[in-house]
Design a protein around this ligand. Structure first.
Ligand code: ATP
Ligand code: MG
Length: 497
């Protein structure tokens, strides 16, 4: 087993046919890339599936491949007039409703297009509210013509409900998170899940998948921070036989594995810039080129990403591409930190204790009111993950029937301790010397910090990771990279990859 292996497909079925029927698809035709992107992102945010074309020829190609509900076209295109599309759709008796975008002041064009069969027109500069309203009516009209029921939100499936139940918490903010999951699950729009470390981003992402039309398709979760940079491209896009020495057969990447399903890009904020541009291209063009392949492959994948970083700040600092940020952040779900939803603590403790009891083969321990009060007073900077670790340790260390959290145990994961113990190692000005080899200097500093955090957490990697603000996988990767030996005693809350 490699430490960084982040690839966990759980199902290989393809998308159900109902899913395809329910999806609303819109074709946007405009030769101006910025406008195309603006329309596309606005529509994705509304939950529609969108394809784009920059010319008449491209638009015809899309129309020959599939049916759409609505075609939005600019009047003037480099190889002809949008009018030709309207006429084609009319002559072919296709169901697409056309919305034409005309230049300000060209009323004749607008009237002409309506006469030719356009559903409506908009003038530039387009007012986005009006744009959304006109498109919604066009979609409605197209659906009713096709005899379809329209864009209905189906009640959650069993798997969808189960995934929402796994996400414990009925505080008003968690209710909102769950409502949003159901609302946006069925759109094709990329979703960015944000929130502090340990707030349950992966659970939310998985609930989106389970509540989407793609629930029957694969769920592929990838930890972007755990893949060595030189392997990123192969891992994402796959490689063809003979692409490099020793590659004797074709190898699929995450995109191929997630076809018809959801690709969850965890810790997206840690993706190196060079890979960010390749990912942007794959998402925008909806096609990839495996290493060593002369051809591109189309991929039908829904992207959900997550990060505990503030991506807007990352963009500002030049560490994250702005265009990719806009692409991924079409819909955002922010999970509030646990300290802002204390009312979820009792239910969370109960679920976590049940989980721990099941894993350890013991009876479910009782949680006293006093302990709940104690937990409610803790800032829990590592959120639910930290709570889980605290309870793990409490279960392992309590000798009485009733759970107790010893102050010493409590301190190990206490935020203030973490801050005061980790800061001087890095920030003390007097200790900074200019090293002749920065990388090995940083490695040895990192090694020292990791060993110290591990030692002070009783060599519990989960606890040490939470203390350092790392995910368990990041911690494992670092431990492996720096060849740190950890005794396995006390590592009871380590979870499998
Ligand atoms: N609302 C919740 N209900 C039940 N378990 C939860 C909830 N939120 C988080 N957890 C549990 O807490 C742990 C951390 O959750 P998760 O890995 O999803 O966090 P995260 O937000 O992705 O953190 P990070 O940014 O560090 O990766 C997991 O074991 C998860 O099952
Ligand atoms: Mg995570």
């Amino acid at each position: 087993m490699s430490f960084w292996c982040p690839f966990r497909p759980t199902s290989t079925n393809t998308m159900t046919s109902n899913a395809a029927l329910d999806n609303t698809r819109i074709l946007v035709v405009d030769d101006e890339p910025d406008l195309r992107t603006l329309y596309e992102l606005t529509l994705l945010r509304e939950g529609y599936g969108v394809e784009t074309a920059g010319s008449l020829a491209e638009a015809f190609e899309h129309l020959s491949e599939r049916r759409f509900d609505v075609v939005i076209t600019d009047m003037r295109l480099p190889d002809g007039l949008g009018m030709e599309l309207i006429q084609f759709i009319k002559v072919q008796k296709r169901r697409e409703r056309c919305v034409v975008i005309t230049a300000y002041g060209s009323a004749e064009n607008a009237v002409e297009s309506l006469k030719a069969g356009a559903f409506d027109y908009l003038t530039k500069p387009v007012d986005l509210k009006q744009f959304r309203d006109v498109i919604a009516s066009a979609v409605q009209d197209s659906k009713s013509r096709a005899g379809a029921a329209g864009r209905s939100v189906a009640p959650p499936s069993r798997a969808g409900e189960a995934a929402l139940t796994r996400l414990v918490g009925m505080s008003s903010s968690m209710r909102l998170v769950k409502e949003r999951i159901v609302k946006v699950a069925c759109s094709m729009a990329p979703i960015l899940v944000t929130g502090e470390s340990g707030t349950g981003k992966e659970l939310v992402a998985n609930a989106i998948h389970a509540n989407s039309h793609r629930a029957g398709g694969p769920w592929v979760a990838v930890n972007c921070s755990a893949i060595p940079e030189n392997l990123l491209e192969t891992e994402f896009f796959g490689a063809r036989k003979g692409a490099y020495t020793g590659s004797t057969q074709d190898r699929d990447g995450f995109f191929q594995a997630a076809r018809g399903g959801t690709l969850f890009l965890d810790e997206i904020g840690d993706l190196p810039l060079a890979m960010q541009s390749k990912l942007l291209r794959a998402i925008q063009e909806r096609c990839i080129r495996p290493i060593g392949s002369p051809q591109e492959e189309a991929v039908d994948v829904r992207i959900v990403s997550a990060t505990h970083k503030d991506l807007a700040t990352e963009v500002h600092a030049g560490r994250f591409r702005q265009d990719l940020y806009y692409r991924l952040n079409v819909i955002q779900i922010l999970i509030p930190p646990l300290r802002e939803r204390r009312e979820d603590l009792p239910a969370l403790c109960e679920t976590l204790l049940r989980r721990i009891a099941l894993e350890s083969g013991i009876e479910v321990p009782t949680l006293s009111d006093a302990l709940l009060v104690q937990l409610a007073g803790d800032p829990l900077p590592g959120n639910v993950r930290e709570l889980e670790n605290l309870l793990h340790r409490a279960v392992a260390l309590s000798e009485e029937d009733e759970l107790q959290i010893e102050p010493s145990t409590y301190q190990v994961l206490n935020h203030e301790t973490a801050v005061t113990t980790t800061e001087p190692a890095v920030l003390d000005d007097n200790q900074i010397t200019i090293p002749s080899d920065l990388q090995s200097h940083l490695d040895s500093a990192e090694r020292e910090i990791l060993i110290r955090a591990l030692r002070e957490s009783g060599f519990n990697r989960t606890a040490a990771a939470a203390r350092l603000g790392l995910s368990l996988r990041q911690m494992r990767y670092r431990i492996a990279r720096l060849h740190i030996d950890t005794p396995h005693t006390g590592d009871f809350s380590d979870e499998p990859v």
